[in-house]
Ligand binder design. Structure first.
Ligand code: CA
Length: 704
């Protein structure tokens, strides 16, 4: 009998261990604790979204709608990374922590601006070719006495908060070819949560939790099923596979969790947003159906990572409608009932209110003009897709509003419990989708299956003017209960900064024209503005040290809108990247150094000597491989080189040495790698002739 019991115990033990996974992570008892992240101790900002609910609302009122006009610069710090700055700083115990482009981390005395330490993970510059959207990083996480940052090349790194010294570092992405990390890690119950980007490459999306002390993986939830022949990890994957056809797993499937991760202590769920289905053009992989769980909000159990619910915002995604925008938790009075809800404004242009515990659809409203649906089912929340939007079926281009840049992307929105309004940095911008014919996947670059050449901006004044006029932005104060705007501030350009709401009846936002602004939270009246000399895409935060309130923001234009959208990137006019951390307080008197003057550029390309065939072939190759970094139709934004101005444009051999032989990837490099696996030498020459042709046409249009 004793033997039998022993046998049972011996059999049961490994089974139990197997079911349980790694030991429960240890909760922090000193430094930054779970309770502190929930409650936001006086004046601190301890996690990316301010608190677990990601409302980005500060209870501080010293700076308010009555005195914000006296806000002045307290201190600033020039950054050494002249690329897009997307991070929100954190403040704990008088120290301001911030990540910058290239995943670097800096720590400052929050009062004086004195630099305490800096950390550089030495991300290889050639990582850029598999990072869709510039070398950006959106922030760090604090827990216990450690700080966590995800690096562009796919590592999760733990640093000592006091010294900035590395405690552990671990490659967490499945491979360093298709995956990258730009998002801010989040904390939940002794774990660090992070996913990845890569749904324009060949990534299979996931969210994973790591032990904050050791970096050991605690759980992982895939967002799309893998090859059915390998078996499914769980029932959720089995169910999801029923919504895919073709051989989707060969190109990864997408659904990457590159930004929003929200731990809700009230429900013990982790809510996260998933990215587009890959490839964008479903015909490439024979994809039909909803493609779960792409372009969705998904909830898993915080302890185990087990599936709880999902709500798909964009079924059968073919428009790059990532649902990765931040998810905000709030308690709202809806139809006479108190509801615990998730608020979401993804790229597809609809604002969703979901039950945070069950995922049940409550309501949706479109916050920008849209044409990809003919409406939303008021009961289920499912969109009715405009048949013309299925561009791979019609064989015609579809100019979608919103477009691939999204009606609202990662730029964080904020929610004020005082006004009940959500402040959305919205883009009003279309995108032309056209399916590529006979698309073949390659080993490098975007794998979207679109024809980038057919829909490139023509060298035509009227076409340009029309597109520029239709491309704007707005700061929208959205009433999530009524599903309509309370007020709107129209903006010149899309791709403005994230927002911060405060109990001082203020909303702060930087913009694409190079200004940092404050508005009245209840009326939208502009109350203050400060010229920052460069476009702003990051979100501000606020903190208090020694009884004084500060407002901090990273400035520095960049990101996907900068690098990919050609002439449209210049709509705001402040595209020169001047990367800085700026910190303001009432009565601040510090001054910014004068903006470095741009050298007067003159567009002076060599004469065109190619053939129409070369231009046509070059346009196709450029559209497939070059435009995502050097800009639509060879017009660059602010952070990557404008090839029309390249000094090597007239030198066929040097141009080929860069594109084919990878001449610029040597010696530290600037991010340009060899495209020899995808582009033949004669195709590089086609690209050169195409750029020369476009440069001459643009010169004739008056471009400089
Ligand atoms: Ca995407």
């Amino acid at each position: 009998m004793r033997l039998a019991l022993g046998l049972v115990a011996a059999l049961a033990l490994p089974l139990a261990a197997c079911n349980k996974g790694p030991a429960s992570p240890t909760l922090a008892t000193e430094g930054v604790t779970d309770a502190m992240i929930t409650s936001q101790p006086q004046g601190e900002w301890l996690t990316y979204g301010g608190t677990y609910d990601e409302q980005r609302f500060s209870p501080l009122t010293q700076v308010n709608d009555g005195n914000v006009g006296e806000l002045g610069l307290a201190w600033s710090h020039d950054l050494d990374t002249a690329r897009g700055q997307e991070a929100t700083p954190l403040m704990h115990d008088g120290v301001l922590y911030v990540s910058t482009a290239w995943s670097k981390v800096l720590a400052f005395d929050a009062k004086t601006g004195a630099l305490k330490w800096s950390y550089d993970p030495q991300v290889p510059r050639e990582t850029l070719v598999r990072a869709c959207c510039d070398a950006v990083n959106r922030g760090v996480a604090l827990y216990g006495n450690k700080l966590y940052v995800g690096t562009l090349d796919g590592r999760l790194v733990a640093l000592d908060q006091a010294s900035g010294k590395e405690v552990w570092s671990k490659v967490v992405v499945p491979d360093q070819v298709n995956y990258s990390i730009t998002g801010a890690p989040r904390i939940a119950k002794g774990m660090v949560l992070i996913g990845s980007g890569g749904a324009e490459y060949k990534a299979r999306g996931y969210l994973a939790a790591y032990d904050a002390q050791t970096g050991e993986e605690v759980w992982k939830f895939h967002t799309v099923p893998g090859n059915p022949e390998d078996g499914f990890e769980n029932d959720a994957m089995k169910k999801a596979a029923e919504t895919w056809t073709g051989e989707w797993w060969k190109l990864g499937g997408g659904g990457t969790v590159w930004d929003s991760i929200t731990y809700d202590p009230t429900t013990n769920l982790v809510l996260f947003g998933t990215g587009n289905a890959e490839p964008w053009n479903p015909a490439v992989s024979g994809r039909e159906g909803d493609s779960l769980y792409t372009s969705s909000v998904v909830a898993v159990d915080a302890d185990t990572g087990e599936y709880r619910w999902h709500f798909q915002e964009t079924p059968e995604d073919r428009w790059d409608f990532d649902s990765d925008a931040q998810i905000t938790i709030a308690d709202l009075q809806i139809d006479g009932k108190q509801r615990h809800v998730a608020l979401h404004a993804p790229k597809n242009g609809y604002f969703y209110v979901l039950d945070a515990k069950t995922g049940a659809f409550i309501s949706a409203g479109s916050f920008v003009p849209q044409n990809w649906t003919t409406g939303i089912d008021p009961k289920t929340g499912r969109p009715t897709i405009n048949p013309e939007a299925r561009y791979e079926q019609t064989g015609k281009p579809f100019i979608s509003m919103p477009g691939a840049g999204g009606a609202h992307s990662w730029q964080p929105m904020s929610f004020s419990p005082k006004t009940g309004l959500v402040y959305i940095p919205a883009n009003i911008a279309a995108f032309p989708y056209m399916a590529a014919k006979d698309f073949q996947p390659s080993d490098i670059g975007f794998q979207t299956g679109l024809d980038g050449a057919a829909v490139a901006m023509p060298a035509n004044k009227e076409a340009r003017a029309g597109a520029l006029a239709a491309t704007t932005g707005a700061l929208i104060a959205w009433d999530p209960v009524a599903q309509k705007p309370a007020w709107t501030v129209p903006q010149t350009s899309p791709w403005n900064g994230g927002t911060l709401a405060t109990a001082g009846n203020l909303v702060f936002q930087g913009d694409a024209t190079g200004n940092f602004n404050a508005y009245s939270a209840d009326s939208g009246k502009q109350l203050w503005s400060f010229p920052v000399q460069t476009g702003v895409i990051a979100a501000p935060m606020t903190y208090e040290v020694d009884g004084e309130q500060y407002v901090a923001i990273l400035v520095g234009w960049g990101g996907v809108w900068d690098i990919a959208t050609g002439v449209l990137a210049h709509k705001g006019g402040a595209t020169k990247n001047i990367s800085r951390l700026l910190v303001f307080k009432l009565g601040g008197t510090a001054k910014l150094a004068e903006a470095p003057r741009s050298a007067d550029r003159v567009l002076d390309p060599p004469p065109f000597t190619g053939t129409p065939e070369q231009v046509a072939a070059g346009a196709a190759t450029y559209g497939r491989y070059c435009s995502v970094c050097h800009g639509d139709a060879a017009v660059a934004g602010g952070v990557n080189p404008d090839l029309r101005h390249s000094p090597v444009l007239g030198k066929a051999d040097t141009f080929k040495a860069i594109v084919i032989d990878g001449a610029l990837s040597q010696g530290g490099g600037n991010g340009m790698v060899s495209f020899a696996t995808a582009i033949k030498p004669e195709q590089a020459e086609d690209v050169r002739q195409y750029v020369i042709k476009r440069a001459n046409e643009d010169k004739a249009l008056g471009d400089k």
